[in-house]
Design a protein around this ligand. Sequence first.
Ligand SMILES: [Zn+2]
Ligand SMILES: [Zn+2]
Length: 885
Amino acid sequence: MESIVLPCKTITPKIPEISHRPAKPLISLKTAPPKPDSKLDAHLKNLCKNGRLNEAMASLDFIVNCGSTVKPNTLSHLIDSCIDSSSLDLCYKLHGYVRKLLKESDPFVETKLVSMYAKCGSLENAFEVLDAMSERNLYVWSAIIGACSREKKWGEVVELFYSMMESDNIVPDDFLFPKILQACGNCGDLETGRLIHGIVTKCRMNSQVRVNNSILAVYSKCGWLNSAKRFFEGMEVKDTVSWNAIITGYCQEGEIKEARRLFDLMREEGVEPGVVTWNILISSYNRLGKCDIAMEMMKEMENCGIMPDVFTWTSVISGLAQNNRRLEALELFGEMLLSGVGPNEVTLMSAISACASLKILRKGKEIHLVAMKVGYGEDVLVGNSLVDLYSKCRKLESARQVFDMISEKDVYTWNSLIGGYCQAGYCGKAHDLFMKMQKSDVLPNVITWNVMITGYIQSGDEDQAMHLFQRMEKDGGIKRDTASWNALIAGYLQHGQRDKALGIFRQMQSFGVKPNSVTILSILPACANLIAAKKVKEIHGYALHSNLVSELAVANSLLDTYSKSGNIISSKSIFNEMSTKDIITWNTMIGGYVLYGCPYYAIQLFEQMGKEGFRPNRGTLASMISAYGQAKMVDEGRHLFSRMPEYYHVLPCLDHYAAMVNLLGRSGKLDEAFKFIKDMSVEPDVSIWSGLLTACCTHGNVKLAVYAGKRLLELEPENALVRRLVSQLYDLSGISRESFKMRRPGKRNDPKEYLGCSWIEDKNVVHSFVAGGHHKLDDKFLLSYTRSTEIKSKETKYRDRLSIQEEEMEETGGVHSEKLALSFYLIRSPQTPRNIRIVKNLRMCEHCHGVAKLVTKTHGCEIYLSDSKCIHHFKHGMCSCGDYW
Ligand SMILES: [Zn+2]
Ligand SMILES: [Zn+2]
């Protein structure tokens, strides 16, 4: 294994003792005079002047060894040379000599030393010298404050200000005050800012425009706009900086109107705004998403003779990109290059990210070339966006090349490429990189771990995903967040493993991790069926607990899941409690009522929706035609359909046509339905013909049923169910199958395709039943119970109905699964249950439909049964489908 030398933190060395090895003197010094020798001083100064600092140091070493000395002024020259060399080693060396040479403390030299360390980047040593000084003046304080300010240590600047005032009783001058005020503004220390304002007024320094601008900037940056405004208005002299400060204040608080007013006032008062002023307003408009105004201002500034600089262009380009106007952003990027302004790293990043989102590789490559030309090829910001671009466009080799080029990679760089590999399904490569990252100086963060987990679980490697999930806290030292759990849940759901997903969801609760809206929105649709009703309630509880129900998307999803899991009452109560609703809310509720065969509620809601100012869309109108169909309000349905294009501005599509066929079919208007289909402007699909077939079977029209069946067969010749239906139709109509070259169904197809299955949940266990099958529990009893129920239901008769079914007849295929499920549940329950929920894969037959109706009448319970056609809600011996399904 190759050995990696990890860079370690630089340790500040101690001031070295003076070397005993005598350096070779450059001038001969036969006798060492005890007092400063002016010749020597002149020589040293001369060496410094000519940049021969090393020689000067050697001489100094000799001087020290001889017990001679130099003037403080000469030392000052040496210190200045050290500052110019910006070598900390030389600083330490010189400091060592100074200690030997100065017998008593010299504030002048010490001040210079503080400034030397501060300028050469060792604040720690500077503070050491400062603390040891017996007498500190304004200069030394200015030096150390200046250094902290350069390093953006705003908090320390403020602390130092208090120290100098309290321990040394020194008041800053009009050069130092602006530095301290700048720090106050940047760290939001309004209190100190106000204190300084008071001192400045007392010391009558308030005529200095520099100082005043700094006070104004503190009020403005801290968001104290009223104070800022009052102060601004009281200023006798205002320059461009003053105007910029007050305009920035209003922009930061989002008060763009006032900012604009001040901008106009500035021009009226004859102060011409500079490029900085224009940029403040332009970038503020962009941040607020008002890109058009920003672009207008950019033109206006050009008309005023001020050329937009790189910041102007960058702010408009990134503004457009962030407001989903990426193509325009790229166009503007091109214009910028044409105008001769070179991009900076932010411009390049914005443009490349726009290409990445749009997945336009060619343009992205062009910008990559531009970036290399202007010298940003190795920049980490630009590089990260390039890695992202190439990853998204599946050009992983290019992504890798850019990745290798970036000299100072940050965590985003690593995450982008690891994410790219994972998304492309190269989990192995992603894992290699992940391992390499752990050995680099950038450690994986929670996003890296989550990306890896997502990658593995989506590619189907559940074990690796779980392994990483376990390891991240123990070995990686990274606390799992909600997104880590969400990654597992989404992965399981993607592979249809609902129960595992729900298990992870529950585990998440027991670990005390709060789900977020992403969790709820992914897990809810997995429960949108009749046998998951209890789970929906459980998830609703968690969502309430985590305060997520107030989010519109979560509330809409709950509404939908409740209705699909057979709990329309809960849907309604969520609907009523929602303070804000959108079109999805209305459509889901109306659709829910249609699903449950409650057309009058749907119609009522539709009217209310109009009154509350919502415009119905495609989905609303399709549901409403179905609702009119269920209510047998044929005229209203026809009227709505005919008004769609002009009144609602929606062109009818297959959903609407299918709903119309259903509406006409329910009312027995078969000829009209047939004519309607013939006149359709789009090609009828399976839903249209099976709608007509249902209508024909219900109303006993064999001829038309055969016609619809043939069309279905043309559309789906391989569909086993369609073939089964059509062959039954041929038998009924007396047409021989051979004359239509019908293959006998069931020979070439897997018989499982026909098999009716039903599911029922009891005490958190889902039981499944197949037609003619046996259930391990109470087998004989179950069958005898089923038979006895059947005898009772024999009186149920269907006058005209054509008896064709998706399932094999019970006489040959055995008792249908939903009957078995129903009997099982009734036998198992000590008391008659209030409601029973069954899910079935095929359309239920007329006979089972009749049995279900009878059971609700004799047992006084309700049955919810979803089959391949609709949800049947049986109650008091009737069904919500109105016996039409
Ligand atoms: Zn049946
Ligand atoms: Zn029904």
